[in-house]
Design a protein around this ligand. Structure first.
Ligand SMILES: CC(=O)SCCNC(=O)CCNC(=O)[C@H](O)C(C)(C)COP(=O)(O)OP(=O)(O)OC[C@H]1O[C@@H](n2cnc3c(N)ncnc32)[C@H](O)[C@@H]1OP(=O)(O)O
Ligand SMILES: O=CC(=O)O
Ligand SMILES: [Mg+2]
Length: 534
C-alpha cells in the first residue's frame, strides 16, 4: 500500500497523517518540531558521533572516570532552581507506555503521586503508539480521556490524579514518519516538541507544568543540548524560562561520572535524577565490553546490592541532595502474580525490600511498574519518609571512587541464565515488533532496557574469555544457536501453533541471532528493529 505523505512546508513532510492524527500534527505544531530539528538536529548528530569516538577509546582500554575539566563544577557550591509544589512529594511514581490509553487512565488513577508516561523503554514506537500517545496525553490533561473497552468496561479519571511527567525518546532515535530537509527528525525533539507545543500552556493553567524525564544520556554536553532546547522552546511559546522541569535518568555508566555536571547544565530546569537501573546495567556491559576484567554473571545475580550498583545509587542520592534535587529510585522487576497468593506475596516482599533499601539510602521516591505495587511502595515511603521528601538529608558519609563505580561483581554464568536471556530476548522482541513495549514474562516486567541486558550478555559471553558456564563449557555461537532453537521450540509448545504463527517469533529469533553473530555489539536493539515497525 503506498504511504500517503503530507507536505507541510518546504522540506517538511509527514507520513500517514490520518484525520485523528492531524489534530496533533497541525501545521503549527509540525512547524514547531521542524524548527527544533533545524536548530538542534546537527548538534544531536555531533553528540552521537562523540559517543562513538568515546566508545572507541573505551574499546582500546581507557576507563571511564570523573572529568578533570569540570572539577570546579563538582567542587562548587551551587544548587538547582527551586522545584515546584507538585513535584515536592514524589514518593511513588508509576510508569507505563504513553501509547496505551487505558493504562494512561489507570496510571493517573493509581494513587501514585506521579505518572511517568513513557515514549521510551515501555513504548514500542509504532506510529500509532507515538501519535496515539500524544492524543492520550492531550486528552488526559484536559480530563477528556474517557474510554470504553470493546467488552463495555468504562474508564474515566478520578477527581485526584497523579502529576504527569513525560519521557520522550532518547537522543539516539529518529522518528521516521517525519522528515525535515530529507532526513528523519530526532525522536526526542518530535516527542518533546509535540507534547510541549500542545500542552505547556494548558498544564500551567491547571496549576502544574511541562515536566519531563530525560533518558539514556551519556554526558553533560547532551544535557546542555536539552537545556538549550528548553530555553528556545519556552522563548518560542512565550513561556517563562525555567517553567519546564526535567528529571534526568542516570542510566548510563558514563552519566554516573557526570551527575553534578548534568544537574549544573540543567540547573534552571532540573528537578532531580533517577536511578534507571536496567539501562545502567546494560550500559555497563556495553561500554566496558572490550575490557578483559569486566564480565557480569547471570542477569538475576546483578542485583541492586552488588557493589557497583550500590556505589552508583548512593552517589546519586548524595549528589542530588547536595544540589537541592530529588533522588528518585528505580524499578523493581517483580509485578503482582495472579492466581498464586504465595508467589504473589514473595514478589511483593521483594519489591518491599527494594523500596526499603531506597528509602533508607535517602531516595525521595521510587518507581513502580503496576498499580498493584503502589500501596506497597507507598507504605514503605510513608513509614520511612514522614516528610514530603528527604532532600535536606545530606549523605556526606558516602564516598564513592571511580573504582567503586566500576567494580566488577562476582557470580556464576549458568546454562539456565543463558537460556533465560535467549528466551526473554526473543519473547520481548516479538512483543515489541507487534507494538507492545512493556510485557510480563515469567511474572517480571520486561521492557527495552531489560531486554538489552539479555541480548548484550549473550553477545559478551560468547566473545569474552571468561564467558564460561559454571559446568565448564565455554559459551559459543554454536551453543547459543542450539539453545535458541530449543527455547523457540519451548515457546511454540507453550503458546500453541496458532498463537505462534500469528506472532512474530520467527522474526524475533532471527534478529536476536543476527545481532548475536555480528562482531560489533549493536548500540541499541531498537535501532535495527525499528525498520520492522509500520
Ligand atoms: C526499565 C524501565 O524503563 S522501567 C519503566 C518502563 N516500564 C514500564 O513502564 C512498565 C509498566 N508496566 C506495564 O506495562 C505492565 O504492568 C506490564 C506489561 C508489565 C504488565 O501488564 P498487564 O499484563 O496488563 O498486567 P495486569 O494484567 O496485571 O494488569 C491489571 C490491570 O492493571 C493495569 N496496569 C498494569 N500495569 C499498569 C501500569 N504500569 N500503568 C497503568 N495501569 C497498569 C492494566 O491495564 C490492567 O487494567 P484493567 O484491570 O483495568 O484491565
Ligand atoms: O529507565 C529505566 C531503566 O531502568 O532503564
Ligand atoms: Mg531506561
Amino acid at each position: 500500500m503506498p504511504t500517503q505523505t503530507t507536505q507541510y512546508a518546504e522540506g517538511v513532510e509527514v507520513e500517514r497523517v490520518t484525520p485523528t492524527f492531524a489534530e496533533i500534527l497541525t501545521p503549527e505544531a509540525v512547524a514547531f518540531v521542524a524548527g527544533l530539528e533545524r536548530k538542534f538536529g546537527g548538534r544531536r548528530i555531533e553528540l552521537l558521533q562523540r559517543r562513538a569516538e568515546r566508545q572507541k577509546r573505551f574499546d582500546a582500554g581507557e576507563k571511564p572516570g570523573f572529568l578533570p575539566e569540570t572539577v570546579e563544577i563538582r567542587k562548587g557550591d551551587w544548587k538547582i532552581a527551586p522545584v515546584p509544589e507538585d513535584l515536592q512529594d514524589r514518593r511513588v511514581e508509576i510508569t507505563g507506555p504513553a501509547g496505551d490509553r487505558k493504562m494512561v487512565i489507570n496510571a493517573l488513577n493509581s494513587g501514585a503521586k506521579v505518572f511517568m508516561a513513557d515514549f521510551e523503554d515501555a513504548n514500542s514506537p509504532t506510529w500509532e503508539n507515538t501519535v496515539g500517545g500524544q492524543i492520550h496525553l492531550r486528552d488526559a490533561i484536559r480530563r477528556q480521556i474517557d474510554f470504553v473497552t470493546p467488552e463495555g468496561k468504562a474508564y474515566k479519571l478520578k477527581e485526584k490524579t497523579a502529576t504527569l511527567i513525560v519521557r520522550p525518546r532518547g537522543w539516539h532515535l529518529v522518528e521516521k514518519h517525519m522528515r525535515v530537509d530529507g532526513k528523519p527528525v530526532s525522536a526526542s525533539l518530535f516527542d518533546f516538541g509535540l507534547y510541549f507545543f500542545h500542552n505547556a500552556r494548558e498544564l500551567m493553567k491547571r496549576g502544574t507544568g511541562p515536566y519531563f524525564y530525560l533518558p539514556k544520556m551519556e554526558s553533560h554536553l547532551e544535557a546542555r543540548l536539552w537545556n538549550d532546547v528548553f530555553v528556545y522552546a519556552q522563548e518560542q511559546l512565550g513561556i517563562p524560562r525555567g517553567t519546564i522541569k526535567a528529571t534526568v535518568l542516570i542510566e548510563t555508566i558514563l552519566a554516573a561520572f557526570e551527575m553534578d555536571e548534568i544537574l549544573y547544565e540543567l540547573r534552571e530546569h532540573a528537578a532531580g535524577l533517577n536511578c534507571g537501573r536496567w539501562d545502567y546495567i546494560f550500559s555497563y556491559i556495553k561500554t566496558l565490553r572490550n575490557h578483559p576484567d569486566v564480565i557480569l554473571p547471570d542477569r538475576g545475580e546483578v542485583t541492586m546490592t552488588v557493589p557497583f550498583m550500590r556505589a552508583y545509587t548512593q552517589l546519586t542520592v548524595k549528589t542530588c541532595h547536595k544540589r537541592g534535587a530529588h533522588a528518585i529510585g528505580g524499578m523493581a522487576a517483580q509485578i503482582p502474580v495472579k492466581h498464586d497468593p504465595e508467589a504473589n506475596e514473595r514478589a511483593l516482599q521483594k519489591v518491599r525490600e527494594d523500596k526499603e533499601r531506597e528509602a533508607r539510602d535517602g531516595h525521595d521516591g521510587t518507581w513502580v511498574a503496576h498499580p498493584g505495587l503502589v500501596p506497597v511502595a507507598m507504605e514503605v515511603f510513608d513509614r520511612m519518609m514522614p516528610t514530603a521528601n528527604q532532600v535536606n538529608r545530606q549523605r556526606d558519609d558516602v564516598q564513592v571512587s571511580e573504582e567503586d563505580l566500576l567494580e566488577v561483581p562476582t557470580g556464576a554464568i549458568t546454562e539456565q541464565g543463558l537460556r533465560n536471556n535467549i528466551s526473554v530476548g526473543i519473547q520481548y522482541l516479538e512483543a515489541w515488533l507487534r507494538g507492545y513495549g512493556a510485557v510480563a514474562i515469567n511474572h517480571l516486567m520486561e521492557d527495552a532496557a531489560t531486554a538489552e541486558i539479555s541480548r548484550a550478555q549473550v553477545w559478551q559471553w560468547i566473545r569474552h574469555p571468561k564467558g564460561v558456564l559454571d559446568d565448564g563449557r565455554k559459551v559459543t555461537l554454536e551453543l547459543v544457536e542450539t539453545l535458541l532453537q530449543e527455547e523457540l521450540a519451548k515457546i511454540r509448545e507453550q503458546i500453541g501453533e496458532e498463537t505462534f504463527q500469528a506472532g512474530q517469533y520467527e522474526l524475533a529469533a532471527q534478529l536476536f541471532m543476527e545481532w548475536t553473530r555480528q562482531n560489533e555489539l549493536i548500540d541499541f536493539l531498537t535501532l535495527p528493529a525499528y525498520q520492522y515497525l509500520d
